[in-house]
Design a protein around this ligand. Structure first.
Ligand code: ADP
Ligand code: MG
Length: 316
């Protein structure tokens, strides 16, 4: 079997197709059925070996992560994911690696009813680029812009775990921290449910302060008062790095892929009920203010500046 046949055999899975796919992998392009009356949402993210993942990382976790970071963007847009394309740059065609990668990719794709409809395969240093398409109701997409003074600010889960996993070999060996780094779970069901409730949303890829900062800027240079004691941290990160260290990674670390969103105070109960219905933890962490940038207070912390985004630094 030549390289093309191998790649076709691994990625061409007609059984993973969905009603939206009129023509999938195998031709010069995919043909998709569109849902009349919906708007399309398109996102793309690239992972480069040594920058966004470790060469030593299991291939199934790389396949998972390549799709997960895109589904996280789709979730942050309040969109339903529908299809994906995959661009693979490979230093060699290694069947075991490709099968592992595909297992991680398709397992997540299947759970989110996303069809792989095409892609491209080239030779070069290992990199993976994924595009995902989704649908929303007209004007129903959740945006960064839209937060209003008085809004409550929420998180969909604990943060700082992925950055903590990268802080030491010991931390990388902790199952919860390693899961946060290698197996992020995109919050698509929550994103879809928030479409009609939240004023604004973003997914946390560069750290809470940087990403919440994007919401504040896009919403007209608003501020936020975050309560440090309400921030959900990973217990293991606190145990290994101390509270200040774990907090710093929660605020300025990256790769969390939780949603940060704002909603009017009067919808607080509805938000909690939504979290309950979806079995999704939700954390109230503070409020949007009219002026004054982003501040974090409590637990002996008093921070009034927005730190720069996270720089990827991988050990080993
Ligand atoms: P072309 O030369 O016309 O671009 P290719 O040989 O690159 O065609 O691709 C043939 C088919 O295989 C296309 O349908 C393409 O979308 C699909 N394909 C190629 N690589 C991948 C990949 N990594 N993942 C999914 N589909 C792929
Ligand atoms: Mg062609």
């Amino acid at each position: 079997m030549d390289e093309f046949e191998l790649i076709d055999q691994i990625f061409h899975r007609p059984e993973e197709s969905t009603p939206q796919v009129a023509l999938g992998i195998g031709d010069d392009g995919a043909v998709l059925n569109v849902t009349v009356g919906k708007q399309s949402v398109v996102v793309m993210d690239t992972l480069v070996a040594g920058v966004h993942f470790l060469d030593s990382q299991p291939p199934d976790s790389i396949g998972h992560r390549a799709l997960a970071v895109n589904l996280s963007d789709i979730a942050a847009m309040g969109s339903v994911p529908r299809w994906a394309t995959l661009s693979l740059t490979l230093p060699e065609v290694n069947g075991d690696w490709l099968n592992g990668f595909a297992d991680g990719f398709f397992d997540l794709a299947h759970r989110h009813e996303v069809a792989l409809v095409g892609g491209d395969t080239t030779a070069g240093p290992l990199a993976v680029s994924v595009t995902v398409g989704g649908e929303v109701e007209p004007e129903g997409a959740l945006r960064r812009a839209g937060a209003r003074p008085g809004d409550f600010v929420y998180l969909s889960g604990p943060i700082g775990g992925a950055a903590a996993a990268l802080s030491s070999t010991e931390a990388y060996g902790d199952p919860d921290l390693k899961r946060a780094l290698c197996w992020p779970q995109p919050r698509t069901a929550l994103g879809m449910a928030l479409g009609s409730i939240a004023h604004s949303a973003i997914d946390i890829s560069d750290g809470l302060l940087a990403d919440l900062g994007h919401i504040l800027k896009a919403s007209g240079n608003l501020g936020a008062k975050i309560e440090a004691d309400k921030l959900p941290l990973f217990e293991q990160a606190v145990a290994l790095l101390g509270y200040p260290g774990a907090l710093e990674l929660a605020l300025g670390g990256g790769d969390d892929y939780e949603l940060c969103f704002t909603a009017p105070e009067k919808r607080h109960q509805e938000i909690l009920a939504t979290g309950h219905r979806l079995d999704q933890d939700l954390f109230w962490i503070g409020r949007i203010t009219e002026h004054g940038g982003c501040s974090v207070h409590g637990n002996g912390i008093s921070l009034d500046t927005v730190s720069p985004g996270y720089q990827h630094v991988w050990p080993g």
